[in-house]
Design a protein around this ligand. Structure first.
Ligand code: NDP
Ligand code: AKG
Length: 419
């Protein structure tokens, strides 16, 4: 394996690559390549046995030119400052590419939540919420779920914030449970945009998605919903999936929902009784499939692995799953990569719908949420393709950053000296 790429440097390279095709000054590019603000703190909680433990925690507010900072909160041992900075920057360009009125932020705690009891997790989350309280708010910075967080953690943060502020502020966080102001369709929104992006991409490339073979790395919120929707709505054939325990494969096709049930019951996709064989994650990523969906963490595919990738199309459900060198190798090899900032933007798009519903105190049906989500993703895909063709770009990622950078730049300039 080559040396691990720094995700913050990866993000900066992606912005610079787009900058070559956009009328942007060096000063503007520098401004739009680093966070405006970073909260870096320690959370000390009492363990159930009475001892104290301390965890590093961060919130990066990368850019607010287009609206309040927006982005998830991750609980994972690998969380560090550069990861959070990168993830917050990706949010800026993601919200811009789907044209929703937000900037970008991201937070995280360096913790393996599986080592905490539910009570300890609640104390940790409420402690983080107290640290976040001065810098978040319905019109300031609106967190949401990411890896290893979900409705439960979002509700704890909302409750802590509202208690300390002595008010109701339903829109201070998104990804909440439905009866606490959550939106229909949010839980499945990230997977849904992955499915929609795959459908649009296959159509554009003149390929059939019906019956297409698919491998999915990571079987959490993003990966397992994408797999289920690709199967149920587009008749794609999910032949391999994985999680941190390993990968399973059935070349005749897995039942994506049944694998999810098995993982919910046992905690892992491995040992699924209907699977033909078990593989390593590396073997899954180099399988000969029509569509590969990395849906776990950053840097899943480096240059060495990229040379072994046999998929024709990659749709990035995870944020930053390719190292920059892997991206170059895949571009040169003619593998079509649909970038994270479009493909997984369904999550933040429905978070936006949730926030709109919270502000209006008027709630939408799931059918309306899904219809609006489809419109945003299809429009964003069309915008990306227009930029790709107009600038004769080397890959779809640069096209997405060109569209997004132009939008962020316009907002920045309109806030200061008009061109
Ligand atoms: N949730 C959301 O709304 C959004 C998520 N994303 C991105 O999608 C990605 C996944 O997030 P999400 O689905 O929410 O997170 P989850 O915590 O729900 O799922 C993550 C999955 O990745 C698996 N995983 C972790 N490490 C590895 C590994 N080395 N090899 C294979 N699988 C691994 C986990 O396995 P195990 O279950 O065994 O731990 C789990 O199945 C992240 O990059 C996130 O930033 C992007 C936009 C929105
Ligand atoms: O729903 C949101 O606001 C953010 C989701 C997120 O963290 C992401 O898109 O990476």
């Amino acid at each position: 394996m080559s040396e691990e790429a720094n995700p913050f440097e990866s993000l900066q390279g992606q912005i610079r690559a787009a900058g070559e095709h956009v009328d942007v000054s060096e000063g503007e590019l520098r401004r739009l390549s680093r966070p405006e603000r970073l909260l870096s703190t320690n959370l000390t909680i009492e363990r159930d046995d009475g001892s104290l433990d301390t965890f590093r925690a961060y919130r990066a507010q990368f850019n607010g030119d287009r609206g309040p900072y927006k982005g998830g909160i991750r609980y994972h041992p690998g969380v560090d400052e550069d990861e959070v900075k990168a993830l917050s920057g990706w949010m800026v360009y993601k919200t811009a590419v789907v044209d929703i009125p937000y900037g970008g932020g991201k937070g995280g705690v360096a913790v393996d939540p599986r080592t905490l009891s539910m009570d300890e997790l609640e104390r940790l989350t409420r402690s983080f919420a107290k640290e976040l309280r001065p810098i978040i708010g319905e019109d300031k910075d609106i967190p949401a779920p990411d890896v290893n967080t979900g409705q439960r953690e979002m509700n704890w943060i909302k409750d802590t914030y509202e208690t300390l502020e002595n008010t109701t502020a339903t829109g201070v966080i998104t990804g909440k449970a439905i009866d606490s102001g959550g939106s229909e369709g949010r839980v499945r929104a990230t997977g849904r945009s992955v499915m929609l992006t795959a459908r649009e991409a296959f159509d554009y490339l003149g390929r059939r998605i019906e019956g297409a073979t698919v491998a999915v790395q990571g079987y959490g919120n993003a990966g397992s919903v994408a797999a289920q929707l690709l199967e149920s709505e587009l008749d794609a054939n999910i032949i391999a999936v994985s999680d941190s325990s390993g990968a399973i494969c059935d070349r005749a096709g897995l039942d994506a929902a049944a694998v999810r049930d098995h993982k919910d019951r046992t905690g892992a996709v491995t040992d699924y009784p209907e699977a033909d064989e078990e593989l390593t994650n590396e073997e899954l990523l180099s399988m000969d499939v029509d569509l590969l969906i990395p849906a776990a963490l950053e840097n899943a595919i480096d240059a060495d692995l990229a040379r072994q990738v046999s998929a024709d199309v990659i749709v990035e459900a995870a944020n930053g799953p390719l190292t920059p060198d892997a991206d170059d190798v895949l571009t040169e090899r003619g593998v079509h990569v649909l970038p994270d900032i479009l493909a997984n933007a369904g999550g933040v798009t429905v978070s936006y719908f949730e926030w709109v519903q919270n502000r209006q105190r008027f709630y939408w049906s799931e059918e309306k949420v899904n219809r609006e989500l489809k419109r945003h993703i299809v429009d964003a895909f069309d915008g990306l393709v227009s930029a790709f063709e107009e600038h004769d770009l080397r890959n779809f990622r640069t096209a997405a950053y060109v569209v997004a950078l132009e939008r962020v730049l316009r907002a920045y300039r309109e806030g200061g000296t008009w061109p």
